[in-house]
Design a binder for this molecule. Structure first.
Ligand SMILES: Nc1nc2cc(Br)ccc2s1
Length: 247
């Protein structure tokens, strides 16, 4: 997978050089290209923003630098078309399902904005011929889209074949389609069996895999009911058996 990121703070993406994503890049599973938006400005101050038409607070990112930058990125592979992802609090929710959809894309272009956002004509221009997604990572406002891109690249990158070791499969993730879809993960434990007077639940030491699976599902149901009751309410009743309903 190729990922391009255009930003006025490309240095923000240094974390993509470490850990899981860094190793995926070293192994050629992920090919990340960072671009400094100001390289497509033509004034001495390398200006990327201006006052909003119609008045109002803050500044808006000018269309010209973005248009020239996106055009140049697209020219890197004229036969291919990247899916453009615009981080914004006003977008569709970024979910595990969307992360899986992105992980199947050969090429993503992220356009994190600053200020009040990018002049809306930019994505109107590309939306006529490319998939342009406005995506939110949550109901809060950041100072810019860069942190949102880090979140999405990590969520997508870890799903790419070969990135997660055999020890863990993304299939077991919370929110991944399957038996535990849309349930939060329950508690986890490792050695020692007792730590500061806290014992690991005996069921997990029992070796009874069926009972352990049942206990884990019960704990997932309890945690989901406690922390995200709306997820439980949204579950298809067909997916809850008699025992689930009694938890
Ligand atoms: N939650 C989010 N906040 C922001 C702020 C800016 Br400015 C750009 C993108 C995003 S995504």
């Amino acid at each position: 997978m190729r990922i391009d990121i255009i930003s006025i703070f490309p240095e923000y993406f240094a974390p993509l050089g470490v850990s899981l994503i860094g190793k995926a890049r070293e192994r050629g599973i992920l090919d990340v290209h960072l671009h400094q938006l100001r390289d497509w400005t033509h004034d001495v101050h390398r200006t990327v923003d201006d006052t909003p038409y119609g008045g109002g607070p803050g500044m808006v990112m000018k269309p010209d630098p973005w248009g020239e930058a996106v055009d140049e990125v697209l020219a890197a592979d004229p036969q291919a078309r990247p899916r453009i992802v615009v981080p914004t609090p006003s977008g569709v929710p970024f979910t595990q399902r969307l992360a899986m959809e992105y992980a199947a894309e050969p090429w993503l272009l992220f356009t994190p904005a600053r200020y009040e956002g990018i002049d809306s004509r930019v994505m109107a221009e590309y939306g006529s011929r490319l998939r342009v997604d406005e995506v939110s990572i949550g109901d809060y406002v950041l100072a810019g889209g860069e942190a949102a891109v880090l979140v999405m690249v990590e969520a997508v990158g870890r799903l790419l074949p070969g990135v997660l070791g055999n020890a863990h499969s993304a299939v077991d993730d919370s929110f991944a389609p399957g038996a535990m879809e849309n349930l939060l993960e329950g508690p986890v434990y490792t050695k020692p069996p007792e730590w500061r007077g806290h014992r690991v639940p005996e069921i997990l030491l029992s070796g009874h895999h069926g009972r352990i699976a049942r206990w884990r599902r019960d704990e997932a149901l309890r945690r989901t009911a406690r922390n995200r009751p709306e997820l439980l309410a949204a579950l298809d009743p067909e997916r809850l058996d008699k025992h689930d309903r009694a938890v």
